[in-house]
Design a protein around this ligand. Structure first.
Ligand code: NDP
Ligand code: 2IT
Length: 452
């Protein structure tokens, strides 16, 4: 028999054809909510599930800019303002050629639940552009960012919508975007997070997603009286999240052995130590090079180029823990099976939805510790909200203060998600716990605000 949740999902599918990742995210979250909506008819009457799958507002705009050779380019800009029930819209901007509406709707949808889990007052949004910053000069990136903000500025604000970084948007891009916002509005406000320390940023914001993912893994391991010390860890990506995941792993005595980018991955069985990580940070953040150069630099490591196939050999390397930190759907069913059979006991998602539905099902069924992105990578947006708090009071907190709050937020997320999973009869199922806990907070606010 078709259930109420099935019929909501079918309606979302009908209404959003071709939005593959958005539909994947809805199909992952909504079945977890069946018991909740069955027990609480008021959610069904108010059509909370139907509303949550429809963005409050989507802005799509033209972004014209001129390259170094004088050629005009037209990109498409987006902001998906998904849900403001518990706070101003909040979520990153992604600049990547794969960006389209369906991708940003998935990210905005996930962000709503994630932000609710942080315990802080932030709604959910995501935005970006199909602009590819790779191989573009600093001047081209600046001109693109200025053009992008020249339209976006009228839709955002410190009490309305506060964007931040995501793939392809780091400190350099946030700087250009902030400079243009200030120039147009004549306001120095907390309209963006991820700002530099000297101009309204927060300590630990660059580190927060990676550190938070490691803190979440520690919380999960602690339930089995275990720790990260001495554990071999697979990390994918080599951008913001991957770099600070590796930094924290080194600090807690674990042994990260891989990093990747879209060209392939490196495996360093001796472990990526502090000195090697500093080299990677310089390579990626200053020289903007490729991860394959690592294998030319450090003896004993090897580079495996990305190749089409039914699995990624990165996930077949024997290890104790995996921290996928590159992009969506980077672990498929076969990869998940390989990870489980080679003995991985912990998977902590630094990226958003890095595991396909088949992979996630295998992780859950296997009983390993599996921390889904909306819980495990919430440290980034949580510290973004702490940046908003500091901007509002025109003060700056110390590194120690912010790190302490980040630890305590990750611990609260872990306790809440565990408790809710147990309450709904599936102890240890962090996917179920995260989806229900995030939903309950937003749904309660939506009912109370009663916007009809
Ligand atoms: P960066 O742009 O700093 O790094 C992204 C990394 O992932 C790069 O190494 C990039 O390689 C690789 N990558 C990106 N797309 C692909 C792809 N299609 N195939 C293979 N590799 C790819 O981004 P972040 O580190 O900020 O983001 C990584 C993940 O973490 C994303 O899923 C993001 O949504 C998520 N996240 C980020 C947060 C943040 O605070 N920044 C917070 C929470 C989640 P290449 O350079 O070759 O493209
Ligand atoms: O996916 C995410 O949580 C982010 N890219 C960070 C969002 C933010 O507003 O800090």
């Amino acid at each position: 028999m078709r259930t109420y949740v099935d019929s909501v999902i079918a309606a979302v599918e009908d209404k959003n054809p071709g939005e593959t990742e958005f539909l994947q995210a809805v199909r992952e979250v909504y079945p977890c909510l069946a018991a909740v909506v069955d027990a609480r008819p008021e959610y069904r009457r108010a059509k909370i599930l139907e509303r949550m799958a429809e963005p409050e507002r989507v802005i799509i705009f033209r972004v014209p800019w001129v390259d170094d050779a004088g050629e005009v380019h037209i990109n498409r800009g987006f902001r998906v303002q998904m849900n403001s029930a518990i706070g101003p819209y909040k979520g990153g901007l992604r600049f990547h050629p794969t960006v389209y509406l369906g991708l940003l709707k998935f990210l905005a949808f996930e962000q709503v639940f994630k932000n609710a889990l942080t315990t802080l007052p932030i709604g959910g949004a995501k935005g970006g552009s199909d602009f590819d910053p790779k191989h573009r000069s600093a001047g081209e990136v600046r001109r693109f960012c200025q053009s992008f903000m020249t339209e976006l500025y009228r839709h955002i604000g410190q009490f309305t919508d506060v964007p931040a970084g995501d793939i392809g948007v780091g400190a350099r891009e946030i700087g250009c975007l902030f400079g243009q916002y200030k120039r147009i509005t004549n306001q120095f406000s907390g309209v963006l997070t991820g700002k530099g320390l000297e101009w309204g940023g927060s300590a630990i914001r660059p580190e927060a997603t990676g550190y938070g993912a490691v803190y979440f893994a520690q919380e999960m391991l602690a339930t089995r009286r275990d720790s990260l010390e001495g554990k071999t860890c697979l990390v994918s990506g080599s951008g913001n999240v991957a770099q600070f995941t590796v930094e924290k792993l080194i600090e807690v005595g674990a042994r990260p052995v891989t990093l990747s980018d879209s060209g392939g991955f490196i495996h360093d069985p001796d472990g990526i130590d502090r000195e090697k990580l500093d080299w990677v940070m310089e390579l990626k953040n200053v020289r903007r090079g490729r991860i394959r150069q690592y294998a030319e630099q450090f003896r004993g490591s090897r580079f495996v180029p990305a190749a089409p196939g039914d699995s990624n050999p990165l996930w077949s390397i024997p290890a104790d823990c995996a921290f996928p930190s590159a992009t969506q759907n980077e672990i498929n069913g076969k990869d998940a099976a390989n990870l489980i059979s080679s003995g991985v006991a912990v998977v902590t998602e630094g990226a958003n939805m890095p595991t396909t539905p088949e992979g996630a099902e295998l992780f859950i069924a296997s009983g390993i510790l599996y921390g889904p992105g909306k819980a495990a990578n919430a440290g980034g947006v949580a510290v973004s909200c702490l940046e908003m708090a500091q901007d509002s009071e025109h003060l700056q907190w110390s590194r120690e203060q912010v790190d302490e709050r980040l630890r305590s937020i990750m611990s609260s997320i872990h306790s809440k998600v565990s408790a809710v999973a147990a309450e709904y009869g599936q102890p240890g199922n962090y996917v179920l716990g995260a989806n229900i806990a995030g939903f309950l907070r937003v749904a309660t606010a939506m009912l109370a605000e009663d916007v009809l």
